[in-house]
Design a protein around this ligand. Sequence first.
Ligand code: NOJ
Ligand code: CA
Length: 513
Amino acid sequence: MSRQPDWLDNAVFYEIYPQSFKDTNSDGIGDIQGIIEKLDYIRDLGCTAIWINPCFESPFGDAGYDVSDYCKVAPRYGTNEDLKRLFNEAHKRGMHILLDLVPGHTSVEHPWFKQSMKAEKNEFTDRYVWTDSIWEEPTGYGSLRGISDRDGSCAVNFFTHQPALNYGYYKPEKSWQQSMDSEGATATREALKDIMRFWLSMGCDGFRVDMAGSLVKLDEDGKGTVKLWQNIREFLDKEFPDAAMVSEWGEPDKSLQGGFHMDFLLHFGPSHYNDLFRCSEPYFEGRGDVSEFVKKYIESYERSQRKGLICIPSGNHDMDRLAKWIHGDKRKIAFAFLLSMPGAPFIYYGDEIGMNYVKGLTSVEGGYGRTGSRTPMQWDNSVNAGFSTAPKEMLYIRQDESPDRPTVQAQMNDENSLRSEVKKLIAVRQANKALQSKGDIEFIYAEKNAYPLAYLRSADNEKILVILNPSDNDVSFECKLIPTETIYSFGGEAAIRDGRISVPADFAGYYKV
Ligand code: NOJ
Ligand code: CA
């Protein structure tokens, strides 16, 4: 397992969807200067690091996940100089910035793709995954065909305007399938290193990597893709040993083997993450089941050598807002969970104030159902909730217009608000090593269809028992551990009697044992 930058040990991340965070030039779209202006806000909340969704030049057919120039900030967000300033301003505050690296595909407008579509052979002919006949489609993938002079179909990764870059096939079978060490695949890999080198030399602290597990084609067990990332890891170890790497992969055992420091729990795939937050009966809404999640979590935890490098996000730009499914004080208990688990927690902008999923929006920038989770941040009660001074009609995406929409300002002035609780929880995490990224976890009580959830976190000699009861009932469980000191509690106190711990409804507590 690769060496981990020290700052990841107690990092709490804040995810910024740049177009919706803060607009400083009144064009209705958030920008880099807006992020700079809000760094103190993020630091005040207690977050120490930021992940910014793609901010590179793009036609924005998939919100920027369709890059047309990897080394240029999208003009609507500012310039490369602005981004460099952001890195510096973050570092001055002891904070770190991860950019979003999209290695799997580009926009159809990327100059590489334009060259690759040409009939004549050139440097970029093999930059993407092509068949050699328009009548043959790449097995297992969608394809883009009929828009090139070149005879062939190009594999796509996500939307059909996102052609797949060529990192080779794990076991090429057809004449047009290239191997991982073919000239074309090698050139793509080296081009990826150049992009990383470009931003890391400018002061960026690492990357969140989009669809990291999908680069090598027809690679069912991920062996080829792991090997590819190990190659990138060698390069990083040599040139940028302090760069942090977090993958969107959802299989920590593979991703950590590939040299990533942390992997995300994803809302799709086998993690059962959304049993907790987004399903017909979410555990944190008080009437669900946590046991399947815990079973899976332990499996991944064991397979990744109990390193605890699995990141659990409060949400992200691809899923419903937490607040759509979890209500009232139960949100605080959900955060008491998120902020006491191993791995670095990620807070999606606005989740700290319980921003809502805005229903009924027409898709913006390829968001479709995701659009409602991407609306502009609500800072205060001024025009456009302080997001932008542009006329309302100019906002690139409609804002939550409900009269009781939460705002940062109101919640900062209310010690009982969700934001105040989140801030408190982050501070407690940061003061106790056992609660941080690499502290060990052991589940004490996580029964089927039952409450509470209890687990023990530990590091060195420190042991902290976490008890969470988002249900509407007082509950108790058998427990041999004896709480000695409360380091955090919400909703009352735990009582101990005859080897059982009882806790009230809507309760969260952390205890030294
Ligand atoms: C995952 C990203 O999070 C999502 O927003 C994007 O649409 C796809 N990858 C494609 O890049
Ligand atoms: Ca702007």
